[in-house]
Design a protein around this ligand. Structure first.
Ligand code: MG
Length: 379
């Protein structure tokens, strides 16, 4: 007997009704997409969003983009792609424990850093400075969260009938809330979006420290002076015998993630109950709910201050910042002077977006190594 076209979507709605909490974003309640598309017979809307992001060129390029450390230092450390996958993994754990929509969480996590230019935050700062010099174009500067939206809504060209990836409104809203997170007038985003923000913070705090140790920028003993690491190490030592330094490091790292995730699940569950949150509209009206306890938040803050001072400002990391500044600034100026040297899909956007924004789109889409090869060729 043929299966009715919407058979599996009925299944999906019924399954989500059982598995998801009332305050989760149910697929059946999605506001849809900007460009109307037929419903898929067996993939839900957020599954399709996740697949579109994974199959995008911008997502693939994350494998050759810096997270904190460039590929010249060694091969162990995280790059922007592995960081993204770690965020997706932690986000899914949180989503399942809190009975949220895992498909939506995964799509949001996979897209969250897709707008990063080459050379991490150093590259972002350079492009921002370059664009600020051309206020007549749009005056918006450069921000990786805004760039992610630009990629998803305009720059990816996978479909003949619309620009961008035509993602669900909820995914675009989640990314917009990341871009506007310092705007006090904006509503709280969906819990699925709040979970990804929290997972991002857990991932970079722990893994940047881990990478720094591997690269010899920090020792475990130095990190143990930071209260968050010290307490995690105490927790490990209370339940295990003597460990070698390598095993200790891995055990502390695991403990740090597990502790922070467990803390978030417990505190978020308590907050949801206290605030009597029963729907996505309750979530939007409430203050942010997916936050660690005050005690843990203070400890994370101390770790971030320590990492900023000791790692992000380490001379080996800063020396790469200089390379980013020189290469991206020079490439920006060269393509501004000769925009016809950009590929045609960028040249044709100059009339609509202006030269400086178009050059920034082109440069932001480069991987670290492609930017360096262009710089070497033109420099
Ligand atoms: Mg991130």
């Amino acid at each position: 007997m043929p299966i009715p076209a919407d058979h599996n979507l009925i299944d999906l709605a019924a399954r989500e009704e059982v598995l998801l909490a009332p305050y989760a974003q149910h697929s059946v309640a999605s506001l849809g997409r900007k460009h109307l598309e037929a419903v898929h017979s067996y993939r839900g809307p957020f599954q399709r969003d996740r697949d579109r992001i994974i199959h995008s060129a911008a997502f693939r390029k994350l494998s050759h983009k810096t997270q904190v450390y460039t590929g010249e230092l060694d091969d162990f450390h995280r790059n922007r792609l592995t960081h993204t996958l770690e965020v997706a993994s932690i986000s899914r754990t949180l989503a399942r424990a809190l009975r949220l929509n895992e498909d939506l969480v995964e799509a949001l996590a996979l897209a969250h850093d897709i707008g990063h230019p080459p050379f991490g935050h150093a590259g972002e700062d350079v492009l921002d400075e370059c664009l600020q010099r051309f206020p007549a174009d749009d005056g918006q500067g450069f921000n990786h969260n805004q760039q992610a939206l630009r990629i998803c809504e305009l720059l990816e060209t996978r479909y003949a009938t619309f620009p961008g990836l035509n993602l669900s409104i909820e995914v675009l809203e989640g990314q917009t809330s990341r871009a506007n997170k310092n705007d006090p007038s904006s509503q709280s985003p969906l819990l699925e979006s709040q979970v990804v923000d929290a997972a991002d913070s857990i991932a970079y705090d722990t893994h940047d420290a881990d990478d720094a140790m591997e690269l010899g920028l920090l020792s475990l003993d130095e990190l143990l002076e930071v209260p968050l690491w010290h307490e995690a190490a105490d927790r490990v030592q209370r339940r295990t015998d003597e460990l070698t330094p390598d095993h200790m490091r891995r055990a502390v790292l695991h403990e740090l993630i597990d502790w922070q995730v467990s803390d978030l699940v417990a505190t978020t569950t308590a907050r949801l109950r206290e605030a009597d949150i029963c729907s996505t509209s309750d979530v939007r009206k409430a203050a942010p709910l997916v936050l660690p306890t005050k005690e843990l938040a203070e400890k994370k803050e101390e770790l971030e201050v320590f990492l900023f001072r000791r790692v992000y400002r380490h001379e080996r990391v800063l020396s790469k910042r200089v390379v980013a500044q020189q290469s991206l600034t020079q490439l920006f100026e060269q393509y501004m002077a000769a925009p016809d040297q950009m590929p045609s899909e960028f040249r044709c956007r100059i009339a609509e977006s202006g030269s400086s924004r178009t050059v920034a789109d082109f440069l932001a889409g480069m991987t670290d190594r492609f930017a360096l090869s262009q710089f070497a060729r033109k420099g």
